[in-house]
Design a protein around this ligand. Structure first.
Ligand code: GDP
Ligand code: MG
Length: 162
């Protein structure tokens, strides 16, 4: 059985860009506007000598009330199906209410989840990281999915136990 990695986070943080990197496909739609990927999407990938399945999700809008509605059904389903959850946040945008809502859910979930700070290109990533540290999910891992920066290291780390 291949390990399953779920990509969760609010819209526009770069989940589909990372999915494409991890699967080397252009299938997941990447866009500047929210809500484009409506269903969860599966891909198989290989980096180095690691093989895995990745699930892309449409993201959680944060517009509704209550944690269960904030977490889109598909994101919850993806978390259930996954061995490893990557919770993506946007280093440029900083911490948002939707991020806090998702973090709250993940802290209560027993599944192993990693906080991944994307878009760390051309910014001071360490000061951006300080803001996310307080979410109680540990030190954020730094990547720039659009440039492939940190992606190989990320996979090596999160799949270490598989
Ligand atoms: P999703 O809604 O979470 O799936 O986000 P997308 O993958 O569609 O990306 C949203 C926007 O962020 C797109 O314009 C991407 O090109 C951009 N983006 C993704 N990764 C990076 C990155 O590492 N650096 C920068 N600067 N932009 C990125
Ligand atoms: Mg997407």
């Amino acid at each position: 059985m291949l390990p399953v990695i779920a990509l969760v986070g609010r819209p526009n943080v770069g989940k589909s860009t990372l999915f494409n990197r991890l699967t080397r496909s252009r299938d997941a739609l990447v866009a500047d506007y929210s809500g484009l990927t409506r269903d969860r999407k599966y891909g198989e990938g290989r980096l180095g000598d690691r093989n895995y399945i990745v699930i892309d999700t449409g993201g959680i809008s944060g517009d509704e009330e209550g944690i269960d509605t904030h977490m889109a059904d598909q994101s919850l389903a993806a978390i259930d199906e996954a061995d490893v959850v990557l919770f993506l946040v946007d280093a440029r945008a900083g911490l948002t209410a939707a991020d806090e809502m998702i973090a709250h859910h993940l802290r209560r979930n027993h599944k192993k989840s990693w906080l991944v700070m994307n878009k760390t290109d051309a910014i001071d990533a360490d000061s951006a990281a300080a803001e996310f540290y307080g979410m109680g999910l540990g030190d954020p891992l730094h990547i720039a999915a659009a440039h492939g920066k940190g992606v190989r290291q990320l996979v090596d780390l999160v799949l270490e136990d598989f």
